[in-house]
Design a protein around this ligand. Structure first.
Ligand code: BJW
Length: 320
């Protein structure tokens, strides 16, 4: 079978042609998005290399139990993630999917990512379902009464959760240069990588963590979906409405290990509505939930390179 290679991708040209033919005929398409979509923006994935935060498996911190046991540690993890996400830029795959949403009214992206990069690529919100919430939503931990929630991009969200910096000798040339450029003292040092166990983690007292401004009693928590918690009802309803509205031509499964439910199960839901499956992943072992079927496509490589190429017949060439 004819194939060609470019940076970090192996392209099966016969598969690409048949994918393009199918895409051009498609009107109702789903995309299930995972952490691999943002990998080339510099954000780590959950599983495999990069899935460790200090000594902790990242998925073990993403639980209500971990937050209840050690809210300071969990908030430090999320403060680091908020800071990293704000430093990162959307990559060509985020922009390509956003453009597809503008060009194809029957396209819905179901994103497991909480990093805010799809919204920052101007992905139309009515075509983007944030299955696992957002790092930039926070809400009161009092589930019974308060009900407070807000969107919050402040970095750090409270001073105690600032990412520690290396600090610079104030008498150094670097510090003098920073002062003459009117750089704030806090910005003079380099961020320390507190995901590295060799970098000391400052201790943060519980009373210095974000407190709910409404009840002024309970802690705020990140507005993400942890294991054992329900996905946002409105988001689930929106996906159900799309699925119930008719046949689905295709689901693209991009940069996800497809191990977490109910998200992973949408591939089989789409198949039950007639969809063909296209997987974009660095790792051919990360199969779609339910396994491979005749007629599926698999494109191995970096989503940031492959997705714009795959969508080009509908979206044209996009700038980065
Ligand atoms: C690249 C690349 C590049 C790298 N280009 N590719 C049915 C069966 C069994 C269990 C359950 C079930 N239904 C529900 C459950 C329980 C549970 C669950 O799924 N457990 C599984 C582990 C088995 N699900 C839940 O608890 C969910 N809630 C729920 O169902 O409520 C009702 C209920 C409760 C209890 C019982 C029954 C029902 C909630 C799930 C919440 C998941 N939350 C997290 C954290 C979010 C907050 C945060 O970010 O901190 O979501 S966990 C984590 O995993 C995060 C991710 O969104 C999610 C998926 O990870 P993803 O995106 O796939 O990342 P990776 O790292 O796994 O994969 C990256 C991929 O990219 C790899 O394939 C790479 O090869 C690839 N890649 N670079 C292309 N450049």
């Amino acid at each position: 079978m004819a194939s060609s290679t470019t940076a970090n991708v192996a392209i099966n040209t016969k598969g690409l042609a048949s994918f393009h033919e199918h895409l051009k005929k498609s009107t109702r398409v789903l995309a299930l998005l995972g952490a691999g979509l943002s990998a080339s923006s510099g954000l780590p994935t959950f599983r495999g290399a990069g899935g460790l935060w200090r000594t902790h498996d990242a998925t073990s911190i993403a639980t209500p139990e971990a937050f209840n046991a050690d809210p300071s540690l969990v908030w430090q993890f999320y403060s680091y993630r908020r800071h990293s996400a704000l430093q990162a830029q959307p990559n060509p795959a985020h922009f390509a999917l956003a453009e597809l949403a503008r060009k194809m009214p029957g396209f819905q992206a179901l994103s497991q990512n909480v990093d805010g990069l799809s919204p920052r690529a101007d992905h139309p919100p009515e075509h983007l379902q944030l299955l696992h919430g957002s790092l930039f939503d926070v809400r009161c931990t009092d589930r019974r009464g308060c009900g407070y929630s807000e969107t919050n991009f402040t970095d750090p969200i409270v001073p105690a959760l600032a990412i520690p910096t290396s600090g610079i000798d104030p008498s150094s040339d670097e510090a003098r240069q920073a002062q003459s450029n009117q750089v704030h003292a806090k910005q003079q040092g380099k961020d320390l990588d507190i995901s590295d166990i060799n970098v000391p983690l400052p201790s943060v007292a519980t009373h210095d963590l974000p407190i709910c401004p409404k009840c002024q009693k309970h802690l705020l928590r990140p507005g993400v979906v942890w294991f054992g918690e329900s996905l946002p009802k409105q988001v689930l309803d929106n996906v159900d409405d799309f699925v119930e509205a008719g046949a689905i031509d295709m689901i693209m499964v991009i940069g996800t290990s497809a191990k977490v439910y109910p998200a992973a199960g949408y591939t089989e839901v789409a198949r039950s509505k007639g969809a063909r499956v296209c997987v974009v992943n660095m790792d051919e072992n990360d199969r779609p939930a339910g396994g491979w079927q005749e007629g599926d496509w698999f494109f191995k490589g970096d989503a940031a390179v492959l997705v714009p190429m795959l969508l080009e017949p509908v979206i044209g060439q996009i700038g980065s």
